[in-house]
Design a protein around this ligand. Structure first.
Ligand code: RB5
Length: 145
């Protein structure tokens, strides 16, 4: 799977570690390239747009809390970004919400938990059915705007 990966300075170290876990995927790194302070919208919008326009199938975005990246990614049409602090949230975000971007918090979860969350997220399918109807309402809203 082609994955858009991005962070800010607060997520940089986890981003670099995550690349080592993603050997089964083609990773496009949208930055940053070092720990210098930067603004999460700069990498967040570019990577979320790559998922929105189909260049990448899914994305993983990381900032300190995960909150800023969530706000940014969910502004981009077609993005269903889910901030997941637990494996259960990762599973539900795929089963019920068909999340196409996983948001991780660089300052609040361990690398080990991040890897577990990613494993669940990559290996859980969307259930469709009644959940598809709900996602259709979200995309209808986007189309009306
Ligand atoms: C950076 O200090 C921090 O504000 C950012 O990484 C993120 O947590 C924002 O939501």
């Amino acid at each position: 799977m082609k994955i858009a990966l991005a962070s800010d300075h607060a997520g940089f170290e986890l981003k670099e570690r995550i690349k080592e876990f993603l050997t089964d995927h083609q990773v496009i790194d949208f930055g940053p390239v070092n720990l210098d302070s930067m603004d999460y919208p700069d990498t967040g919008f570019k990577s979320a747009e790559a998922v929105s326009n189909g260049d990448c199938e899914r994305g993983i975005l990381i900032c300190g809390s995960g909150l800023g990246m969530s706000i940014v990614a969910n502004k981009v049409p077609g993005i269903r970004a889910a901030l997941c602090q637990t494996k259960q949230f990762a599973e539900l975000s795929r089963r019920h919400n068909d999340s196409n971007i996983l948001i991780l918090s660089g300052r609040f979860i361990s690398e080990y938990l991040a890897k577990e969350i990613m494993d669940v997220w990559f290996n859980t399918e969307f259930e469709g059915g009644r959940h598809q109807k709900r996602l259709d309402k979200i995309s209808d809203y986007e189309k009306e705007k």
